[in-house]
Design a protein around this ligand. Sequence first.
Ligand SMILES: O=C(O)CCC(=O)N[C@@H](CCC(=O)O)C(=O)O
Ligand SMILES: [Zn+2]
Length: 335
Amino acid sequence: MLALGKLLELTLTDHEPAEKTQVTTRGVRLRWLGEGALEVRPPEGEDCGLDLLLSAGIHGNETAPIELLERLLHGVANGKIKPRARVLFLFGNPAAIRKGERFIEQDINRLFNGRHELSSGFEALRAAELEQFARVFFSKPERTRLHYDLHTAIRGSKIEQFALYPFKEGRTHSRRELARLAAAGMEAVLLQSKSSITFSAFTYEQLDAEAFTLELGKARPFGQNEEVNLDRLETRLIQLIEDSEPQTEQSLEGLKLFSVAREIIKHSDSFHLHLPADIENFSELSKGYLLAEDLAETRWVVEEEGARIIFPNPKVKNGLRAGILIVPDSGQRLA
Ligand SMILES: O=C(O)CCC(=O)N[C@@H](CCC(=O)O)C(=O)O
Ligand SMILES: [Zn+2]
């Protein structure tokens, strides 16, 4: 296989390839852009007009999505996948991937949309670099821009595979994209209602891409992902890359929609989350439940009907999100 098809191996060994550009026997151009970054260009005259950014390893211990991108890249490099889209493959935090940790010093996925400028350290530098890779990739006019940032979660979940759809004032969430997500195996989508500092929020808000964080199961080490079934997503991604996607039903039947009621922000070391350590994502919380307490007698009491919790994590740094309280959404505001 072409050396550049082994992007994961290059990244895990911190190796810079001697040849930065390689062309497959089918005329597909692979270009190494920097650590963990590889651009794929279809042969002349076969480009379908889609620019697809696929990122994984923004959190270094979330290996199932990294393995998925590796399989796709191998398929491209050995000619089994015939790209008609431009694709940018990004492994987000190589140092953390090498260590099998969520992050080294700070969570990269809290450093986008300008936050890296207020910070320092290599993760801040990497976030700026990832923004730049994405900015250059999505700089071509009149093309369709799509970004999937692939993750797995810290804990188990009542709904295994779901997407988070970023928010931008004046922009409407797309029914067509939701139908595509359902076809890719997503069981639920969380519609965000405010700006955010994640990678998908950056490409959505600043680069005009349709962009999503996809949560695909529970985070496990490399080689231990048998329980994470990515077959439907993998099939859809190959279809997107090859421009062979079947007409997607616009029906969202079966897809559960949620919106954010409140983000629980940890303000101090006195923050206390009143949830069992093994609580699953999407667990329901009853009205009146005392969810969290913080200094200055701050209390988070559930007031919403049908509330559920996702990503509860009292260990985050002060000032960051320690959980999201979500509620069912009727989908009335979709375009
Ligand atoms: O399991 C958890 O608590 C976190 C899983 C994870 O990494 N989720 C992403 C979601 C990003 C988004 O809000 O779009 C994250 O927290 O960065
Ligand atoms: Zn993650």
